[in-house]
Design a protein around this ligand. Structure first.
Ligand SMILES: [Zn+2]
Length: 199
């Protein structure tokens, strides 16, 4: 067992405490996390829990009977961040949304959660207009343009709370990725993860 920092929960040699400072978001963030993601070294939810306010994480695949989750859904105007043919751009319909659900998992696992939980299908679905590429260089989804859960939250908050400063979330995320690249070695990173023309 490697020693873990008791504050940030990352292993000591990759302690992110110095990079973590709070973001004071008012919008609630609900994360439905696929169980397969929980143990992943590069999962961003652990980091998000240290940084954001009003964040609620639920782990599993089936959420129909989760009382805590459903009482949260009743309390606020909620949108599901889930890009698809019938989703609207968050930018064009954001005004009264005070709570956002994010599905944390690979695209395939996120889709599974979506189809297994009909209550999600009845929520307004929102997609983000993408202007910057993901920094998630070492866990790229096969789906072009997909973001880590942390980045998706930052993008959504930029629309919903334009005054909010999310720099500390983005910076902590960058540090997490940099540590990981350092650990695997620059050579492995370049041969396995860097795309052609991605200089
Ligand atoms: Zn730490």
């Amino acid at each position: 067992m490697r020693a873990v920092c008791h504050r940030c929960q990352f292993i000591l040699e990759r302690c992110l405490c110095a990079q973590i400072s709070p973001v004071f978001n008012k919008t609630s963030l609900i994360i439905l996390q696929h169980p397969g993601e929980k143990k992943h070294a590069l999962n961003t939810v652990k980091l998000m829990e240290k940084i954001f306010q009003h964040i609620h994480v639920f782990s599993g695949e089936l959420f129909a009977d989760d009382e805590k989750l459903h009482s949260l859904l009743k309390s606020k105007k909620t949108a599901l961040l889930f890009p698809g043919p019938d989703s609207q751009l968050l930018e064009s319909s954001a005004c009264d949304i005070t709570q956002v659900i994010l599905l944390d998992g690979t695209w395939k696992k996120a889709k599974k959660i979506y189809y297994l939980n009909p209550f999600l299908q009845s929520l307004p679905k929102m997609a983000l207009k993408r202007e910057t590429p993901s920094l998630y260089r070492i866990r790229q989804s096969s789906l072009e343009g997909s973001l880590s859960t942390l980045e998706a939250a930052v993008c959504a908050l930029a629309v919903l709370e334009p005054e909010l400063d999310c720099a500390s979330a983005t910076n902590a995320f960058k540090s997490m990725i940099d540590f990981q690249i350092e650990k695997m070695g620059q050579k492995t990173f370049e041969s396995n993860y860097k795309k052609k023309g991605d200089e």
